[in-house]
Design a protein around this ligand. Structure first.
Ligand code: 13P
Length: 250
């Protein structure tokens, strides 16, 4: 962590929750104290309005879990970036491995969605990560580089984009990448960003780790050089665990 990059602790609630429990979870997160880091929660789309209302006046930001690349139109079931903004979101997660797998999202599509998010004024959290087969095949860094190259549009800045490194095999499995592996991949991503977007963007852009982060391993993961926060799934569904991770920020 450098002094300039404020850690971001982001909760990806995925497809979990209903109004009452989500409002209670949001309120409990807002009531916690996490000095020195930014907090973000990303509820399922229909829960964004009640969560935004519950967090009004708090320091906890709200984000979407996906958006369409178009501004409006005949795209049944999809949500536009401007709609997320209208609902009170400041961020959107894009290219999560579950969307890449469940919906066949390509790097090109993620890039178009990221452009739409930027055009709407959202901060895009763009996810990359290798599968177990890719890691075992020694392809981790080339896979990450091609996702970074293909998924990020040319207008990326340190302000409008956050990158999340989420090894697919570590998501929801209880397995985490080793600190050495995380450090290596984060440094690799930052070097790719520097080559394409310049030193200033590389120095300022936040790169989060995601994949089975929980209270018991958060301090170790968040202390790794080049890790600027976490994207947390399962452990973000319990306010106590999420806040415990947030207070582990160095
Ligand atoms: P888990 O924390 O449940 O492994 O999920 C990580 C993730 O996919 C966050 O986007």
């Amino acid at each position: 962590m450098t002094m300039d990059r404020i850690p971001l602790i982001a909760g990806n609630w995925k497809m979990n929750g209903a109004v009452a429990e989500s409002v209670a979870l949001a309120r409990a997160v807002a009531a916690g104290v996490a000095p020195g880091c930014e907090l973000l929660v990303c509820p399922p789309a229909v829960l964004i309005p009640p969560v935004v209302a519950a967090l009004k006046g708090s320091a906890v930001a709200v984000g979407g879990q996906d958006c369409h690349f178009a501004e409006s139109g005949a795209h049944t079931g999809d949500i536009a970036a401007v709609m997320l903004v209208d609902a009170g979101c400041s961020h959107v997660i894009l290219g999560h491995s579950e969307r890449r797998a469940d919906h066949g999202e390509s790097d090109e599509l993620v890039r178009a969605k990221t452009e739409a998010a930027h055009a709407a004024g959202l901060i895009a959290i763009v996810c990359v990560g290798e599968t177990l087969a890719e890691r075992d095949g020694g392809e981790t860094l080339t896979r990450i580089s091609s996702q970074i190259e293909g998924s990020l549009p040319d207008a990326v800045t340190a302000e409008n984009t956050v990158i999340a490194y989420e090894p697919v095999w570590a998501i929801g499995t209880g397995r985490t990448a080793s600190p050495a592996d995380v450090e290596e991949v984060h440094a690799h991503i930052r070097a790719d960003v520097e080559r394409r977007f310049g030193k200033g963007v590389a120095a300022g852009v936040r790169i989060l780790y995601g994949g089975s982060m929980k209270p018991s391993n958060a301090a170790e993961l968040l202390a790794i050089d080049g890790v600027d926060g976490g994207l947390i799934g399962g452990a973000s569904l319990k306010a106590e665990d999420f806040l415990s991770i947030a207070t582990s920020c160095p």
